[in-house]
Design a protein around this ligand. Sequence first.
Ligand code: FHN
Length: 422
Amino acid sequence: YLVYSGALAQENYIPTAENLKNREEFQDMKFGVFIHWGIYSMMADGEWIMNNKNLNYKEYALLAQGFYPSAFDAAKWVSDVKASGAKYICITSRHHDGFSMFGTKQSPYNIVDATPFKRDIIKELAEECHKQGIKLHFYYSILDWSRDDYFPIGRSGRGVGRINKGEWKTYHNFMLNQLTELLTNYGEIGAIWFDGMWDQPEDFDWKLREIYDHIHSIQPGCLIINNHHLAPIEGEDGQTFEKDLPGQNQSGYSSTATVGKLPLETCETMNHTWGYSITDKDYKSEKELIHYLVKAAGNNANLLMNVGPRPNGEFPDIAIERYLAIGRWLNEYGESIYGTRGGIIEPRDWGVTTQKGNKIYVHILNLEDDALYLPIQGKMIASVKQFIDGKPIKFTTSEKGILLNLNSKPDAIDYVLEIDMK
Ligand code: FHN
């Protein structure tokens, strides 16, 4: 077993040049695919089933002995992800149930040692991502429903049969050692994406800086993102929002998540559950998903859109259809999304703007009018045209802005205009 040596903590985190470059690249990617997959997928009712159904954790763990995802094909996953236009994958290396989806020496409760499948799917996926040029991020649950040393029992509780005593230090070392494995056995990792910190009271000492410094001591360029629903904490490289655009709080999770200065991301489900569900067929439409991607970009954030693969390892057909639809749209409009930053105009009810160099892209998503006012000074503008075919758009200038004459009410999923600035 690896032993964590400690003594890494720095007073103030100063990201390396490589880390800063990776933050820029992360922001340029704009779209990622989130994958929630584990032994819970066999129960086909989401990744919280052990908790929701109050299952005995030892009985639950026996699911592993029946986990044989015969259709798992990392090459197919990665090519589907590429076809969606996504540039990175974030996969659950270990979710709250504590089951590791990678070959770890820190606990036998993992896909290689506890299942008849015996294959390290994270290794296969990492190899394929590196081969096909997709960045790989690891979701890592900081809370655990299977280990006695995850102590004290958190808000989310856990399966039946646990005793509420343990040794936090061994759990902390367990995590550090697993992170060492994740960051040494699978090549370059784009980000570690923590989740579950909300399980303990706010004053609980997770020893985050030790964890963060440990990660950066192994891969200084690796981004640290933590879905803690709070403002960024020192040592982090990005800020993620769950089911909310930055600054919103429709989910109820984001009330304390002040938008900071780090690269932003929002994660969302296509249906309602993260892990595979056989009953949840309520998928968002192609239009809703594209709107969410565009709104994320207009709010200066990436979108991380989830899929819950079936227990046999396939993405559900409808998820593939939706990803392909987003991919077709990005094939045409990607220039107005990839590599952009949130626009100089604040997001509005009618839509958002993105910008890159001297171009501003106006994304009209919802306008009941044939004219649109923009607060951009006319004298700064070289031209305004339809993005798709370059057809000029007429406009009149007033003191503080321009009034675009669109001729008719836009009805495209996203009617994109390109403004070239002088
Ligand atoms: O409890 C998890 C949930 O299962 C899922 O992983 C999401 C993804 O953002 N995060 C947690 C809820 O905040």
